[in-house]
Write a protein of this length. Sequence first.
Length: 59
Amino acid sequence: MTATQTGLLAGLLLGLAAAFGGFVAFVIVLVLGAIGLAVGRFLDGELDLSGVFGRARDK
């Protein structure tokens, strides 16, 4: 299992544990799952955040 899959699973499980039913619970699970997916992809090296945080300055 890759870090991407682990991150997604962890985010979904935390979302389910934090919320109980309804549309709000669905949104919470969706957001936490997306955060878990992003963290996992970053750890796998498949997500480049240099555009968000600015380019690395080489001198």
